[in-house]
Design a protein around this ligand. Structure first.
Ligand SMILES: N[C@@H](CCC(=O)N[C@@H](CS)C(=O)NCC(=O)O)C(=O)O
Length: 120
């Protein structure tokens, strides 16, 4: 089972690489503004998880530079489970005025990114 999953993961990564979405281009000053805003975000994820790939593709499409956190690493796994509430990826950590929100579900994350950045 592990081998099948590993192979599927590599296929997903390869297809993602070949059919990589085009990055949206913004004027430099606008991009710098967006980069400042997205400093408050980090995406807990696995490299070859299809739901994480879907979110990363959306990030690329919108040219959002959001820090990626490898949730396979023990310390990150612990943070996600304890602070986020469960071990599931992708999960977007949102820091807002000292408050932290953990947003699970790829669809909800993509909606959040679209609502906040698609028009900017
Ligand atoms: N409905 C969720 C599904 C996410 C999901 O199934 N993620 C898997 C990895 S692909 C997971 O976190 N499994 C728990 C684990 O690996 O410990 C979404 O769309 O984000």
């Amino acid at each position: 089972m592990f081998v099948v999953r590993w192979i599927l993961g590599r296929i997903i990564l390869l297809l993602n690489f070949i059919f990589s979405p085009k990055k949206r281009q913004r004027p430099e000053s606008e991009q710098a503004k967006i980069d400042m805003q997205t400093q408050n975000l980090s995406l807990y994820q696995y490299n070859a998880c299809p739901f994480c790939v879907k979110v990363r593709r959306e990030m690329r499409r919108q040219n959002l530079n959001i820090a990626l956190v490898d949730a396979k690493q023990d310390n990150n796994k612990q943070v996600l489970s304890i602070q986020g509430g469960k071990l599931q990826v992708p999960c977007l950590k949102i820091n807002n005025d000292g408050k932290t929100e953990w947003l699970y579900e790829s669809k909800a994350i993509m909606n959040y990114l679209n609502d906040n950045y698609a028009k900017t």
